[in-house]
Ligand binder design. Structure first.
Ligand SMILES: [Zn+2]
Length: 143
């Protein structure tokens, strides 16, 4: 509990009173030859204010260069991703590689892309079906 009175003034450092206090302190420090303190503090304040703005615009610039928008090659869902990263399509769970050109199916090492053609009696249309065959890593008992 603070008693009402002189303490109240220090707590309510807001609005015009705050700036008047700052100006007063600046004037006082300049008057006694400590202007460099003001300059350093001002520099730090400007730095604190400017850094997030620069970081924001830098991030925006970086995002513009690296954010790739495109469609999932499997299910055509609209996707956005960071260039040169891997992502998973939220719709069909396909692993995707994000490149400058867009999204491509990510093919892990040991996977063989196979174009299988269904030639059974019921289906003679010769429709090609994309099939990914994953070659499992050799087991420990291979030796
Ligand atoms: Zn998909």
């Amino acid at each position: 509990m603070y008693p009402q009175g002189s303490n109240n003034y220090q707590i309510n450092f807001s609005g015009l009173g705050c700036w008047l206090t700052v100006l007063g302190v600046v004037w006082l420090l300049s008057a006694i030859g400590l202007g460099w303190i003001v300059k350093s503090i001002a520099f730090i304040v400007v730095l604190i204010l400017v850094t997030p703005v620069l970081a924001y615009f830098g991030f925006r610039w970086w995002l513009k260069r690296n954010l790739i928008e495109g469609n999932c090659p499997v299910c055509e869902t609209q996707l956005a991703g960071i260039r040169n990263t891997q992502t998973v399509c939220p719709n069909c769970r396909t692993q995707l590689q994000v490149s400058k050109q867009g999204f491509a199916r990510f093919t892990p090492e040991g996977t063989v892309e196979v174009n299988a053609v269904d030639v059974t009696d019921g289906n003679r249309s010769g429709e090609a079906v994309d099939v990914s065959v994953e070659v499992l890593p050799p087991g420990d008992d291979e030796n």
